[in-house]
Ligand binder design. Structure first.
Ligand code: NAP
Length: 496
C-alpha cells in the first residue's frame, strides 16, 4: 500500500446550497437547526447545512402534493425536456459536482466523475422513457368486454437515500419519478447532503416547476420520515440503504399501505472456477471489490475460488490491491479514499481481526495507517473460515475474503447460503457452466466475467432480504406508475 498525505483543498469549489429546498425556495429549517458536513479525508467540518425538523418534512410533502396535479398533467414531452436539460447541466458541471462529492463522501475524484456520468445517465435514460409510457387495448376471453389498460403516476413519493453514492442514488429515484409524472420529497443521508442539494439546484435551473422536487437533509430521520409515511399523503416510498432500516420503514409504510421499493444491503459472492481466465478474474475482482472503497451494496463480499487456482488468485489479487494508492480523494494520484467515518472503519477492522483470529492469512493490508482521516488499507485475506463474521455480514470496506471450493454444486450452495440476494459474479470460460451457475444464483444481478452490474439502461435490484423493485432499465419507471383498467361491455351487435 502506498499512502499519500496530500492536504485536501480547504474550501468547497462553489457556492454549494446549504439550505432546505422546499416549494422551489431555499429556506432555513423552521427551528433554525443546522448540522455539520464532515470531510472523511480529514475529519474536519466542511460546512453546515440546514437540519430539517418534522415540520419542514410536512412542508416539503405539502409542496410536493401541491405541485403534483400540474406535473402529472404536463405533456410527457415537457417532462422529458426538463430531464434532458438537467442531464446536460449535470454533464456540464461534472468537475464541480465531482469535487463536492469527493469532499463530502471521500471517494477519489476519478470515481466521483464516474458517478456524475452514471447519475446523468439516469436523467438521460428517463428523459427517453418518459415519452414511452404505454398501454394496452384488448377483449376479455369470453368476448363480453373490452379492456383499456393505462398507466398513471402513483402520486407523491418519499425518497430516502444513503451516503455511498450521494448523487447517483438521488438521480436514480428522482429521474423515473419525474418521468412518470410524480412529485417527490428527497431525504438524503446526513453525511452527504450537498450532492442532492446541487441536483435540486440543477433541476430548478432546468425548468422543473416549484415543488416537484423538495430536498430535506436532516439529522432526525426517524422523526421526519415516520409521520410522513403515516400521513396517508405519501403514495410511494423508495428506499436505498441497509436491510435493518428497510425493514423498519416497511413496517411504518404498512400503516397507510404505502407502495414501496427497497434497495437494501448485499453480500455478493464472487466465484472463480478452475477454467477462468485469471487475468480477467483479477481485474473483475479489483473492480467489484474496490469500487467506492468497497462501500457499495454490490461489492464482492465473499470470494469463492476453486482449490486448484486459489493460491495463485490470492497472490495476484494481493499484488494488485496492495499496490493501490491510498489517500485523500482530491489528490489526482489517489485510487482508494477514506471510509465514511470512524465507526465504519472500526467495523471493518473488527471484521478483519475476527477473521484472522479464526485462522485467515493476511495476504496484504489489515494495518490501519497513522494520521488523520478514516483510511483503511486494501486487504486480502486467504483461507477464511466459513464461520468468520465477514462471511455473513456486509463488510462495506476494501477487504477481499477468500474461501476455497471443490465442486460446482458446493459453490452454488455456499453462494446462496445467505439472507441477501443482490449481486453475484461468475468467472469461467465454459458457456454451459456460466449460464447454469448464473441461473442458479439467488440474486437479482449477475456479472459474468466482469466486475460491474450497474447501468442506467439495466434493471438494478435484489431478491430475498436485498429488497424488491428495480431501478433503471425499462422496469425503473414502472415503480412510479399505477396500472388503471377501464372495462367497457361489448354490445351484442359488436360480438363477432
Ligand atoms: P442506512 O443506515 O440504512 O441509511 C440509509 C438512509 O436511511 C439514510 O438516509 C438514513 O439517514 C436513513 N434512515 C436511517 N434510519 C431511518 C429511519 N428510522 N427513518 C427514516 N430514514 C432513516 O444505510 P447507509 O449506512 O446510509 O448505507 C449503507 C447501506 O445501504 C448498505 O447496507 C448498502 O448495501 C445499502 N445500499 C444499497 C443499495 C442498493 O441499491 N441495494 C445501494 C447503495 C447502498 P440517517 O443516517 O440519518 O439515519
Amino acid at each position: 500500500m502506498t499512502t499519500i498525505d496530500a492536504p485536501a483543498p480547504d474550501r468547497l469549489p462553489t457556492d454549494v446550497p446549504t439550505r432546505l429546498f422546499i416549494g422551489g425556495r431555499w429556506i432555513a429549517g423552521s427551528d433554525g437547526a443546522t448540522m455539520p458536513v464532515e470531510d472523511p479525508a480529514t475529519g474536519q467540518v466542511l460546512c453546515h447545512v440546514a437540519d430539517a425538523s418534522p415540520a419542514d418534512g410536512v412542508a416539503a410533502l405539502d409542496a410536493a402534493r401541491a405541485a403534483g396535479p400540474a406535473w402529472a398533467a404536463a405533456p410527457a414531452r415537457e417532462r422529458s425536456r426538463v430531464l434532458r436539460r438537467a442531464h446536460d447541466l449535470v454533464v456540464s458541471r461534472t468537475e464541480e459536482l465531482a469535487l463536492v462529492m469527493t469532499r463530502e463522501m471521500g471517494k477519489p475524484l476519478a470515481e466521483a466523475r464516474g458517478e456524475v456520468a452514471y447519475a446523468a445517465g439516469f436523467l438521460e435514460w428517463f428523459a427517453e422513457e418518459a415519452v414511452r409510457i404505454g398501454g394496452e387495448y384488448g377483449r376479455t376471453p369470453n368476448g363480453a368486454a373490452r379492456t383499456v389498460v393505462t398507466r398513471r403516476p402513483v402520486g407523491t413519493c418519499l425518497l430516502v437515500t444513503p451516503w455511498n453514492f450521494p448523487l447517483a442514488m438521488a438521480a436514480r429515484k428522482i429521474a423515473p419519478a419525474l418521468a412518470a409524472g410524480c412529485t417527490v420529497v428527497l431525504k438524503p443521508a446526513p453525511q452527504t447532503p450537498l450532492s442532492s442539494l446541487l441536483l435540486a439546484e440543477i433541476l430548478a435551473e432546468a425548468g422543473l416547476p416549484a415543488g416537484a422536487v423538495n430536498v430535506v437533509p436532516t439529522s432526525r430521520a426517524g422523526e421526519v420520515v415516520a409521520p410522513l409515511l403515516r400521513s396517508g399523503h405519501v403514495r410511494k416510498l423508495s428506499f436505498t440503504g441497509s436491510t435493518a432500516v428497510g425493514r423498519l420503514l416497511l413496517a411504518q409504510a404498512s400503516d397507510a399501505v404505502v407502495r414501496t421499493s427497497m434497495e437494501l444491503g448485499g453480500n455478493a459472492p464472487f466465484l472463480v472456477f478452475d477454467d477462468a481466465d485469471l487475468d480477467v478474474a483479477v481485474d473483475g475482482a479489483v473492480q467489484a471489490k474496490m469500487r467506492n472503497m468497497g462501500e457499495a451494496c454490490v461489492a464482492a463480499n465473499r470470494f469463492f475460488v476453486h482449490r486448484s487456482v486459489a493460491t495463485e488468485f490470492a497472490e495476484r489479487l494481493g499484488a494488485r490491491m496492495g499496490s493501490l494508492v491510498v489517500g485523500p480523494g482530491t489528490s489526482p494520484t489517489t485510487q482508494v479514499g477514506p471510509l465514511i467515518d470512524a465507526g465504519s472503519r472500526a467495523k471493518v477492522a473488527g471484521l478483519v481481526d475476527d477473521a484472522v483470529a479464526r485462522g485467515a492469512e493476511v495476504v496484504c493490508g489489515a494495518a490501519i495507517p497513522s494520521g488523520s482521516g478514516y483510511f483503511y488499507p486494501p486487504t486480502v485475506l486467504a483461507g477464511v473460515a466459513p464461520d468468520s463474521a465477514l462471511v455473513s455480514e456486509e463488510i462495506f470496506g476494501p477487504v477481499a475474503a477468500i474461501q476455497v471450493f471443490d465442486t460446482d454444486d458446493d459453490v452454488v450452495a455456499l453462494a446462496n447460503a445467505t439472507v441477501w440476494g443482490l449481486a453475484g459474479y461468475v468467472f469461467t470460460r465454459d458457456l454451459d457452466r456460466a449460464l447454469s451457475v448464473a441461473e442458479a444464483l439467488d440474486v437479482g444481478m449477475v456479472g459474468l466475467n466482469g466486475g460491474a452490474v450497474s447501468n442506467p439502461a439495466a434493471p438494478f435490484g435484489g431478491v430475498k432480504q436485498s429488497g424488491f423493485g428495480r431501478e433503471g432499465g425499462r422496469q425503473g419507471i414502472e415503480e412510479y406508475l399505477d396500472v388503471k383498467m377501464i372495462m367497457i361491455p361489448v354490445r351484442d351487435r359488436d360480438r363477432r
